[in-house]
Design a protein around this ligand. Structure first.
Ligand code: UD1
Length: 421
C-alpha cells in the first residue's frame, strides 16, 4: 500500500491545473454506456481509481471502455446485462447510478444494495422513491435491489429528503426519465454543477431536459438517445482543495481551470478568512497578504458550502487564529479527519455534527491515516503546512478522487514522495 511522505513547511508557488470532475464523469459514463445507442467519447476525464472501478462495472454490463489521454471512449453493448454484482458495487457506491438507466432501457435491473461508508450511513430511499414514481416495481432480495417496469411513465415527484436534495437520486431518476413515456417533473432536484453537467450531456445525446441547474427539472421522455462527444466540467472540489493548499502554505498559487460560478460559496468563505483571490479568465490566483481570522462554516447543498470541502476547510481553520465552528449538515458523522489533525497538534473538538476548531500557530508533522477521500486530502494539506515530516497512509482513498496529487503539488514546490511498502 502506498504512503505519502511529506516534508512540510514549503511555500507553494506557481500554477497547478485542475482535472475534469470525478462526480460529473461517473453518471455521464453510466448514461453513455446504458442509455445511448452508439459510441461516446468523453473528454477531460480524470485518471482516477473511481473511473477505473466504474469502467469495470460498465464492462460487466457489456459495454466496451477505453481510457486514453483524458478521454474515456464508451461503446455500449447490443445486449446489455442487467445485473451489477456485490463485488463491484461494494467497491464504489456510485455504481447505484446504473439502477435507473438499466430499468429504463431494459425494463429490469438487479443491483447490489450499497452499504454505508466511512462518512456514515448512505441511504438510497430517494433513488427508490423516484424510480417507483416512474412506475418501477422495486423489491429488495438477498442484498439486491430488483426493479421491473414494462416502460417507465413520466410523473411529478418531490425528491428532497431530510438532509436536502440528493445529487445521486436526482441523477439516477433524471437518467431514467429521459427514456420514460411522457413528461417527468422533479421538484427538490439537486442543483450541483455535476448534475447540471449530466443533464447537458443527456441533452447532447438527444434528451429533452428543461430547468437545468434549478430545483425543478422537467424531462420530456424520448424514444432513443445517441452516443456523442462531450467535455466534462472541471472538478470544483479539486480546485477548492488547491485553493486551500495555497492559503495553508502562505503561498502564491494560480489554480488553473477553476470555475468561479462553481466555487462561489468556497471563495466567499476563503475571502472571509482573509485569503486574497484574484480571478482571471482561466483560473484564480490565491495569496494571503493579510492575517487570517476564524469563521463559521455551515455545509449545505449547492450553492452553499459543499460537504466535500469541509475537511480541507477544517485544515485551514486549524491554523487560523480564533475559534471557528464547522457545522456539517449533509453527512453528520463526516469528521474522521479531526482526530488525525489533532495528532498533528490541531485543537479540534467534535460535538455531534459540529466541529469547534481552535486555531493553533503551527501544525506538527506526524504519521496519519486517510479514512476517506477528502479526509485524506486534508492530511496532505496539513502535512505541507506542518513543521517536520508527515506520513500519510491509506493513500488509496486519495487516489480515488485526485489525479496524481503529489505530482501536481510537487510541481508548485511541495516536498512529497510516494513510497510503496
Ligand atoms: C454525492 C457526491 C459526494 C458528495 C454528496 C453531497 C458523487 C459520486 N458523490 O454523493 O461526493 O459528498 O453528493 O454533495 O457524486 N440521502 C438520503 N436518501 C437518499 C440519498 C441521499 O437521505 O436516497 C441523504 C444522504 O444521506 C445525505 C444527503 O441526502 O445526507 C445528500 O446525499 P447525496 O446528495 O445523495 O450524496 P451522494 O449522491 O451519495
Amino acid at each position: 500500500m502506498d504512503k505519502l511522505i511529506i516534508n512540510g513547511g514549503k511555500r507553494l508557488e506557481g500554477t497547478i491545473s485542475v482535472s475534469g470532475s470525478k462526480n460529473a464523469t461517473l453518471p455521464i459514463a453510466v448514461a453513455a454506456a446504458i442509455l445511448a445507442d452508439g459510441a461516446s467519447a468523453i473528454h477531460n476525464v480524470p485518471n482516477l481509481k473511481d473511473v477505473d472501478t466504474l469502467s469495470a462495472v460498465l464492462e460487466v454490463l457489456g459495454a466496451t471502455t477505453k481510457f486514453k489521454n483524458s478521454t474515456l471512449y464508451i461503446e455500449p453493448s447490443q445486449r446489455i446485462a442487467y445485473e451489477a454484482p456485490y463485488d463491484l458495487v461494494r467497491k464504489m457506491r456510485a455504481s447505484i447510478y446504473v439502477l435507473g438507466p438499466l430499468v429504463a432501457r431494459l425494463g429490469i435491473a438487479k443491483v447490489s444494495f450499497p452499504g454505508g461508508c466511512a462518512i456514515g450511513p448512505r441511504p438510497i430511499d430517494l433513488h427508490l422513491k423516484g424510480l417507483a414514481s416512474l412506475g418501477a416495481k422495486i423489491q429488495i432480495e438477498g442484498g439486491y435491489i430488483i426493479a421491473h417496469a414494462d416502460r417507465l411513465v413520466g410523473a411529478e415527484m418531490y425528491l428532497r429528503g431530510r438532509h436536502g436534495s440528493s445529487v445521486g437520486a436526482t441523477a439516477n431518476v433524471m437518467m431514467a426519465a429521459t427514456l420514460a413515456e411522457g413528461t417527468t417533473i422533479i421538484r427538490g432536484a439537486a442543483c450541483e454543477p455535476e448534475v447540471a453537467d449530466l443533464a447537458n450531456f443527456l441533452n447532447a445525446m438527444g434528451a429533452d431536459i428543461e430547468g437545468i441547474g434549478t430545483p425543478t427539472l422537467k424531462i420530456h421522455g424520448v424514444r432513443q438517445l445517441r452516443g456523442v462527444d462531450y467535455t466534462v466540467i472541471a472538478d470544483r472540489i479539486e480546485a477548492g482543495t488547491f485553493m486551500v493548499a495555497g492559503a495553508m502554505t502562505k503561498g502564491d498559487v494560480f489554480v488553473k481551470n477553476a470555475v468561479p460560478q462553481h466555487l462561489e460559496a468556497v471563495s466567499e468563505k476563503l475571502v472571509e478568512v482573509g485569503v486574497q483571490l484574484d480571478w482571471a479568465d482561466d483560473g484564480v490566483r490565491v495569496t494571503t497578504p493579510r492575517p487570517l481570522q476564524a469563521v463559521d462554516v455551515p455545509t449545505a447543498t449547492y450553492p452553499s458550502f459543499p460537504t466535500d470541502m469541509q475537511a480541507q476547510m477544517m485544515g485551514l481553520l486549524s491554523i487560523t487564529p480564533g475559534i471557528s465552528i464547522i457545522t456539517e449538515s449533509i453527512f453528520a458523522d463526516r469528521f474522521m479527519h479531526a482526530s488525525e489533525l489533532n495528532r498533528m497538534r490541531a485543537d479540534i473538538r467534535i460535538e455531534e455534527n459540529r466541529a469547534v476548531v481552535r486555531g493553533v500557530p503551527k501544525l506538527s508533522g506526524a504519521p496519519v491515516m486517510a479514512s476517506d477521500l477528502r479526509a485524506g486530502a486534508v492530511l496532505v494539506l496539513a502535512g505541507m503546512a506542518a513543521a517536520g515530516e508527515t506520513v500519510v497512509s491509506r493513500v488509496y482513498h486519495i487516489d480515488r478522487g485526485y489525479e496524481c496529487i503529489e505530482k501536481k503539488l510537487v510541481g508548485i514546490g511541495a516536498d512529497i514522495v510516494r513510497v510503496n511498502d
